[in-house]
Design a protein around this ligand. Sequence first.
Ligand code: ADP
Length: 485
Amino acid sequence: MLNLKDQSLLRDSGYIAGEWVGADSGKQFDVFNPATGEKITSVPDMGGADARRAIDAAESAWAEWRAMPARKRSKLLRAWHDLIKANAEDLALIMTSEQGKPSKEAFGEILQGASFVEWFAEEAKRIEGDIIVPAANDRREFVLKQPVGVVAAITPWNFPSSMITRKISPALAAGCPVVLKPAEDTPLSALALAELAHRAGFPKGVISILPASHGAEVGAEFTSNAKVRKLSFTGSTEVGKLLMRQSADTVKKVSLELGGNAPFIVFDDADIKAALSGAMTMKFINAGQTCICANRILVQDGIYDKFVEQMQQAVANLNPGHGVEEGVNMGPLINQKALDKVEGLVADAVDQGAKVVHGGKRHALGQTFYEPTVLTEVSTDMKVFSNEIFGPVAGLYRFSSEEEAVKLANDTPYGLAAYFYTQDMGRLWRVGEALEYGMVGANEARFTNEIMPFGGMKESGIGREGSKYGIEEYLEAKYLCLGGI
Ligand code: ADP
């Protein structure tokens, strides 16, 4: 039993059409704490029939929701935001328990998640179309921005709360109802958000949350059901491609936030302290399990040895453990599959000549803990170069010229986030422009917030979340021509 101030935030049912319900099949699945292996609770294992019910309820709710004045929708979002903030400690504890990240990181995520709700509560009031100079004098021509319709969303386990608010809030602000399937490892954070949305007073059917142990069945309904007009997905590139293919028959609009392979470039002329601090955060936050984590640390010849030494020291100071314990700053990996993958990537790198200068194996804490690891002399033939590591493994590559660094950085089908450190003004511009990534941090690695557009190029995705662009993903631009004037 979790020690929450408000036990009613720990929900063990699905949420469809404003009701707490079980799965049609009666099936359930267990949710575990990855740091201890203990079962927290069980939740309904929902499938196609449950998804259909939620979609029907969303469609029925749509007319009233889109007709509601934007200011009123905004007030409901604001009420949800206030409740999330007021319950942030409990929400963070639920998250740490099912996901493993340290309390401080979990708390930070809850606040960032709330900031998306606040941002889109405001954006709801700023949906603006255009008046166009007409092609003829007897006409008047306009562009109306209208809600796309029922939105289906699928979210991952690495940010179990903020990925949900980043999708639901702009959709609701735009006038679209949402049905959402959270990741199987972390349904409790999603259900707690649903409980608070229920208290905020959203109309029935506007939000539904469907936990499921295997996403495929709910995903198949979300993508094939013609009532769903838009799919928003965050997760692996592989599943994103599958969902995009499945959505083709009904030509759904899609927003995809997929995998990354972020380069983190440190030039000889970098402020080494700033670069190290950025690299430590962007490599080890969430135990390396974020799509914008530094996946390849490219360090220029002249500074390489010094950087390795300093990184080794910084990594030695990390304190892995159970996220609720004081001083712990790195949690376990999410599950056994993730642990096996990281182990395999390190073994492949070592086989091919990489040197382990710190860590390099499962942690003595057991469960799914892996030691924070630093590999040197890493090369482009190794799997760590081309695969998203999703674990606390820093691979350091050597390069000599700016041209080589940019080429290495762009040598991937992914294009989500990139980072580079230099004090040279000309290089700041050149490299900033040359990197084929949706988000680039120059001398700054902690750049995500509700105000900036989050999203990727190439196989990292389609569309942007957060920012003034985020709401556009849920709006149609309708051209209206009034003739005979
Ligand atoms: P990861 O490998 O990091 O767990 P996934 O892309 O598998 O990333 O998971 C992201 C989300 O996609 C989760 O909610 C998961 O349940 C869901 N998912 C996985 N496979 C499918 C599928 N075939 N159809 C719909 N959703 C899926």
